[in-house]
Ligand binder design. Structure first.
Ligand code: SF4
Length: 321
């Protein structure tokens, strides 16, 4: 069962198409990683899923099959099922509110503030290390890790099914990062959560996700189980992205293929395959024919005329269709 299904989702800012026809599903109980270079459309997609950015085209369905743009469903109902964990909790925590007020606010907005729900929130806060002594503090009196935990409890206040976490560990010390990731993992089963984790940190993605989707210039170019993608990427962009990560293991660093050139502008993307001007195995057809995302074996999909496993075996033959 999917908790989120995006079909041909498109997001525009004026004449710039930041996300172009993305289809993606988030399965119940999984952690899906979304990776790609800065500006590839990851955060725009996160904001659209959380209801903060309208789709210019395509659709987003939540678990009960309702389209998020159905006029019959009140936006508040939809937003309580999907919560966004902001990249910078400082920006989402009002500096004038105490932790107690911040934790109560989501319940009050949705008219669900009652003794039973408040007890649930306080119990959850205590269970993740936010003791009662923190309730009277203001955001500037919290450590980075405590602020992320307050943001997490606020996101969980309305008992969502899905958390969209946009760079949740950015700016944290390594040990605090580890604590937060362990916490997210520990909460997933008991609270019945699914996560969409957006991160440029491939070590984080490799450690906590079940599946990965790779974005390039507003489109998904590859999806698959995390271990498979990390061990044997099929799309040349995925391979280049992973091999550019200096902290991956040395065997993979030896096979480094550095990305050449700048990311082209999303307002004027290249014809055919958007990656063809930077791709080390591009052939003539790549400049004219758009490769579609096609399902393959082992729950993998790739959008490439010459995926790497095939390119090495038969580099002169394009995938038909
Ligand atoms: Fe490279 Fe062609 Fe595949 Fe694009 S379609 S990634 S240019 S081989």
């Amino acid at each position: 069962m999917n908790v989120l299904t995006l079909k041909h989702a498109t997001i525009r800012y004026g004449r710039l198409t930041a996300v172009d026809g993305v289809s993606l599903e988030l399965r119940k109980g999984e952690t899906l990683g979304l990776v790609g270079e800065s500006g590839c459309g990851k955060s725009s997609l996160a904001r659209a899923i959380a209801g903060l950015q309208p789709l210019a085209g395509g659709s987003l369905c939540v678990e009960d099959g309702l389209r998020a743009d159905d006029t019959g469903q009140r936006p508040v109902d939809r937003r309580s099922k999907i919560q966004l964990l902001f990249q910078d909790p400082g920006a989402s925590l009002s500096p004038r509110m105490t932790v107690q007020s911040l934790l109560a606010e989501p319940l009050k907005i949705r008219r669900r503030h009652n003794p039973q729900n408040w007890e649930r929130i306080v119990t959850l806060a205590r269970s993740i290390g936010l003791g009662d002594q923190l309730l009277e503090r203001y955001p500037h009196q919290l450590s980075g890790g405590q602020a992320r935990r307050v943001a997490l409890v606020r996101a969980l206040a309305t008992e969502p099914s899905t958390i969209v976490a946009d760079e949740p560990t950015a700016g944290l010390d390594i040990s605090v990062q580890g604590d937060l990731l362990n916490l997210l993992r520990a909460l997933r089963g008991p609270l019945g959560l699914s996560y969409l984790l957006i991160s440029h940190n491939l070590n984080v993605v490799g450690r906590v996700t079940d599946r990965v989707a790779v974005m390039y210039l507003g489109q998904i170019v590859e999806t698959g189980p995390t271990a498979e993608l990390f061990n044997a990427p099929a799309h040349p962009y995925t391979q280049a992205l992973f091999s550019a990560n200096l902290t991956l293991d040395s065997a993979r660093r030896r096979e480094r293929r550095l990305l050449k050139g700048e990311v082209p502008s999303a307002s004027n993307p290249p014809s055919g395959c958007r990656f063809h001007k930077r791709c080390p195995v591009a052939q003539a057809v790549c400049a004219s024919q758009i490769p579609r995302l096609r399902p393959g074996q082992n729950d993998r999909s790739v959008a490439c005329h010459f995926p790497l496993a095939i390119a090495s075996a038969n580099s002169s033959q394009a995938i038909s269709g």
